[in-house]
Design a protein around this ligand. Structure first.
Ligand code: NAD
Ligand code: UD1
Length: 333
């Protein structure tokens, strides 16, 4: 298949390009590089030995998007492009609503116009809000605490309503849990701009000495050791889930959780990182972070049964690969 990957130069997108190419598909990337670098696509080529056609474009611009659809007969779209920093979305809500919703609407419109019937959308476990765990695809969604989360819930609704009106269109909504780690080559991985918001990149930056110590946000939650529990998933497993989803896509809407189904606490993750990589990560316990929930993880059975997908990599693999990428970054690759 020939797949348009929006946001393909980014963290999850670049790993998905690798898996698509290795599965024999052709990849066209559309990315405006607002949170990534062109070099990641060079690395994708180095890993796979295959070429990627790259358009440096903003996918909220209808005319440039249409030009891509007109120039290539596409079989599917995987739509990763979007802004994703929760805190920033509270400061700049309009940018988030504009970027994340307009891009989804334009890509949907073009898919319908050019008869591209496979559309995979990057959603997030954040749409479950404060539901009881484990999160299941059939749950009624609850409000999220920030504009970023709302853009994911709204994009899901836009796509579902589009399918109701045009039943030949096929959409798969993938709800990611907490993607971490990097490709085992160490050539692509997560490169946050400025101070990382998420736990794993913060740990690797403390381990490399770029930051002094990790703050652990709260140790008084009702969890195994009082720290927050999440379902961390290796980004390569996540990327493989996209290949299976796009290959199996049929008309209609399907929703899949992509998680391991297992929860890991902050302290468990930090200690596993230190043991596996034989490194020290200084940390201190701080107050809870506003907006955090105590614990969440996936019911991952639907993706297993229907897509034949399971997350194969362990927490040990995640911390090892995250560290390998950080080290290579420091060495300049
Ligand atoms: P990322 O920032 O690394 O990748 C997003 C890419 O989209 C970047 O390369 C960026 O330059 C590009 N982009 C943004 N707006 C664009 C636009 N208007 N036009 C063209 N390109 C644009 O983020 P990621 O972690 O790879 O996330 C990919 C998707 O998955 C996002 O939609 C994100 O919301 C979603 N998601 C991510 C996580 C996570 O923890 N990383 C969790 C759940 C969902
Ligand atoms: C965050 C986002 C969520 C997004 C997800 C994946 C918030 C409120 N939610 O979720 O919308 O889909 O990232 O990108 O931001 N922690 C520390 N110290 C740190 C960083 C994190 O103790 O420096 C703790 C957190 O309190 C949490 C766990 O580590 O218990 C994981 O945090 P994080 O990586 O930010 O992910 P989420 O909070 O799950």
């Amino acid at each position: 298949m020939r797949i348009l990957v929006t946001g393909g130069a980014g963290y999850i997108g670049s790993h998905t390009c690798v898996e698509l190419l290795e599965a024999g598909h052709e990849v066209i990337v559309a990315d405006n590089l607002c949170n990534s670098r062109k070099e990641s696509l060079e690395m994708v080529k180095r890993i796979t030995g295959k070429d990627v056609l790259f358009y440096e474009v903003d996918v909220t611009e209808e005319q440039v998007v249409e030009k891509i659809f007109r120039s290539h007969r596409l079989d599917g779209v995987i739509h990763f492009a979007g802004l994703k920093a929760v805190g920033e979305s509270l400061e700049k809500p309009l940018s988030y609503y504009y970027n994340n919703l307009v891009s989804t609407m334009i890509l949907t419109k073009m898919s319908l116009k050019y008869d591209v019937n496979r559309f995979v959308f990057s959603s997030s476990a954040t749409v479950y809000g404060d539901n009881t765990v484990p999160f299941k695809e059939t749950m009624k969604l609850l409000p999220t605490t920030n504009p970023y989360g709302e853009t994911k819930a709204m994009s899901e609704r836009i796509l579902m309503d589009t399918v109701k009106a045009d039943q030949s269109f096929g959409v798969t909504l993938l709800r990611y849990f907490n993607p971490v780690g990097a490709h085992e080559s160490g050539l692509i991985g997560e490169e946050p701009n400025g101070a990382p918001n998420n736990l794993m990149p913060f740990i690797t930056q403390v381990a490399s000495g770029r930051r002094e110590k990790l703050s652990i946000f709260g140790n008084d939650y009702d969890t195994v050791d009082g720290t927050g529990v999440r379902d961390y998933i290796h980004v390569v497993d996540l990327a493989k889930g996209h290949v299976m989803a796009v290959e199996k896509l049929k008309p209609g809407v399907e929703i899949y959780n992509l998680g391991t189904g297992r929860g890991t606490s902050v302290l468990e993750l930090v200690h596993t990182f230190m043991e596996v990589n034989e490194l020290d990560v200084p940390y201190e316990i701080r107050e809870r972070r506003q907006g955090d929930i105590s614990s969440y993880y996936a019911d991952a059975s639907k993706a297993r049964i229907e897509l034949g997908w399971i997350a194969e990599k362990t927490i040990e693999d995640m911390v090892r690969d995250a560290w390998r990428f950080e080290k290579k970054q420091a060495e300049g690759k």
